[in-house]
Design a binder for this molecule. Structure first.
Ligand code: FES
Length: 158
């Protein structure tokens, strides 16, 4: 598909989602979440279209998109690993798990493997504080992690 017609299609899809929320600016987060789910990330084009339709500036949309760790402004891997970096998980051994994940995947946090399969990220508390260290792989929750267990879990997604 040519870029222009692909962009027209995306622009139309953005309008449909914004319309569903009655063009309400206060629904910006929900709108971005839906678009993030559809495309896997929020491209500059998508953010511009959202801004246009809600009569916001692109900067306003971009600030929301970059504030929430569940919204991506760059393409991500098929599986997004989010390791909790909040205090209870830190005390329970998050750093050792983080190093094991780095070594296993050969990337650092904030990066995506060259085959596009895994992205490694930190997240704030995911509500498993008394069972840390905890991580998400897409929507699956894993807890009571140690370095070996974390690597075994990731291997299942390989
Ligand atoms: S501190 Fe890690 S899940 Fe709450």
């Amino acid at each position: 598909m040519k870029l222009e017609s692909r962009n027209n299609q995306i622009a139309q899809e953005v309008i449909e989602i914004v319309e569903k929320y009655n063009f309400q600016r206060e629904k910006l987060l929900q709108i971005l979440e839906e678009l993030n789910d559809s495309y896997g990330y929020l491209s500059e084009f998508v953010m511009k279209e959202v801004a246009k339709n809600l009569q916001l500036t692109t900067t306003e949309v971009y600030s929301v998109a970059t504030f929430y760790s569940f919204l991506n402004t760059r393409p991500k891997g098929k599986y997004i690993i989010r390791l909790c970096k909040t205090i209870s998980c830190v005390l329970a051994g998050k750093n050792a798990v983080a190093n094991a994940l780095r070594n296993e995947l050969g990337i650092d946090f904030g990066e995506t493997t060259s085959d596009g399969k895994f992205s490694l990220e930190f997240t704030n508390c995911i509500g498993m504080c008394n069972q840390g260290p905890a991580m998400l792989i897409n929507n699956d929750v894993y807890y009571h992690l140690d370095p070996e267990k974390a690597v075994e879990i990731v291997e299942k997604y390989q």
